[in-house]
Design a protein around this ligand. Structure first.
Ligand SMILES: Cc1cc2nc3c(=O)[nH]c(=O)nc-3n(C[C@H](O)[C@H](O)[C@H](O)COP(=O)(O)OP(=O)(O)OC[C@H]3O[C@@H](n4cnc5c(N)ncnc54)[C@H](O)[C@@H]3O)c2cc1C
Length: 422
């Protein structure tokens, strides 16, 4: 009999590990707190929407081999994201290539950097002159929006590795990211893996070669090894939190390592309109970057869905924590009204459906995705070492490679843990 495995969390990392290890004849049990699978992949069709939307992961950032391979196996397709990147400032629209003066110099300076520092220190040291005001603002916005990072914490060497790939082609999955989740789930259960949903692990009691996971309702699951794939936000949360996990005995060095990884947040607002009114402004709008409260917007190009998605990431997103959805939707419409110089009432009358995804207050993730802080690389080395060959960590935040914070990172991390065990 091969060693039994408990997997905590059924996002793509948990399910990837489940499929691999169950295929290798390990008895595998997956414990998932939520009543659905997929975690930060959340393809849904809220009331009023004509088609499903992605409340979590939406893009494939480049030709990422594992994601594309699984999607192919799942029978899914992907299509390149098209359209122009447009910056809106003081009511003026400019296509992206023309606007960030000095960006090449910034990338060049990053490439030459010998020792790490935060983005805030880097900009202060090399780009403090007045003429770089717009460049500093753009770099901060990019780090916040794309990397969901705090400029006072994020590592420049980490950003350098990310931003190198910034020009890569992006793809969307017309049938939804959830196809990958469903495919992994079916592959796992077909191999005999058992998946329990609505099963929140509160305590992991362990010793070498033996683990007990104790759930919020007092059930006890035992195995010889456990793979913990819950999001970093949950791992960092105080034990009083509903989904937080206590370790007995404590794993202090690993807890300290987890604190060395950044974890940002996002508010994503999806608005469906009676018709795609933006086509009257420009038929090729892909992304809009503005200075509004909800600054970043995108269309579904090349699809003609009348849906605009708004995005606010990093520290500015934390300001939305205590707002209700109706207020966020009103602010989203106000942002769009100013971007398109259209009246708020007119815009509101065109709205046919809306959905707000607030990841900071989502109790199953307590944030959106990870970013590199100054000592993240060293911390990840430890986190990728199993504890007494019994406790293993996996998931997007644990992955030690490029494409951090993505579905690909989660899949790769799980694949590597799977190789260590099987
Ligand atoms: C808004 C948003 C947009 C994104 N956009 C993209 C994108 O465009 N492209 C991309 O590649 N990536 C994107 N990402 C990142 C991507 O979604 C994640 O990197 C990836 O899905 C993480 O997978 P995971 O398995 O590591 O974690 P998760 O999917 O978070 O899975 C962890 C699971 O653990 C469960 N859990 C939590 N606590 C407990 C507990 N106590 N007991 C049991 N189970 C528990 C959770 O419910 C969850 O199901 C985005 C993320 C967000 C939030």
């Amino acid at each position: 009999m091969r060693e039994s495995i408990l997997i905590i969390g059924a996002g793509v990392a948990g399910l990837m590990a489940a499929r691999k290890l169950s295929a290798a004849q390990h008895p595998v049990t997956v414990l998932e707190a939520s009543d659905r699978l997929g975690g930060r992949i959340h393809s849904i069709q809220p009331p009023g929407f004509l088609k499903p939307i992605e409340a979590g992961a939406e893009f494939i950032h480049g030709r990422l081999s594992l994601t594309l391979q699984l999607l192919k196996e799942a029978g899914g397709s992907y299509q390149p994201v098209t359209g122009k990147m447009i910056r809106v400032k003081d009511g003026k629209w400019q296509v992206q290539e023309e606007f960030i003066e000095g960006w090449d110099e910034l990338i060049h300076r990053m490439a030459a950097l010998q020792s790490d520092m935060t983005l805030a220190d880097f900009l202060q040291q090399y780009f403090h002159e007045e003429k770089y005001g717009l460049l500093r603002q753009s770099a901060q916005r990019f780090a916040e929006g794309f990397d969901v990072a705090d400029m006072h914490q994020v590592s420049v060497l980490g950003l350098r590795d990310e931003w190198k790939h910034e020009d890569e082609e992006q793809f969307r999955i017309p049938g939804g990211y959830l196809q990958v989740v469903d495919y992994l789930q079916h592959g796992s259960t077909a191999n005999g893996c058992v998946i329990h949903t609505a099963c929140t692990v509160k305590t992991i009691r362990w010793q070498a070669g033996q683990v007990e996971a104790i759930t919020a309702d007092g059930k006890i699951f035992s195995a010889q090894k456990a793979i913990i794939t819950v999001p970093l936000g949950v791992l960092l949360a105080d034990v009083s939190h509903a989904t937080a996990i206590a370790f007995e005995p404590e794993i202090d060095a690993y807890k300290q390592a987890l604190q060395q990884i950044g974890f940002g947040t996002v508010v994503k607002v999806m608005l469906q309109f009676a018709h795609p009114f933006w086509l009257e402004y420009d038929k090729e709008i892909g992304f809009l970057f503005s200075e509004e409260l909800i600054p970043t917007w995108w269309t579904q190009l090349p699809d003609a869905e009348p849906v605009l998605t708004g995005w606010v990431g990093g520290p500015p997103a934390t300001g939305f924590k205590d707002l209700d959805n109706a207020t966020i939707i009103e602010q989203a419409l106000q942002s769009l009204a100013r971007i398109f110089s259209i009246s708020f009432d007119q815009l509101k009358s065109l709205l046919t459906a809306s959905h707000v995804a607030r990841w900071q207050t989502n109790e199953y993730s307590l944030g959106a995705y990870s970013y590199n802080k100054l000592f993240t690389t060293e911390a990840r080395k430890l986190l990728n070492e199993p504890i007494q060959n019994t406790l293993f960590f996996a998931g997007e935040a644990i992955y030690d490679g490029i494409n951090g914070g993505t579905v690909e990172a989660a899949l790769r991390s799980a694949d590597e843990v799977g190789k260590l065990i099987s």
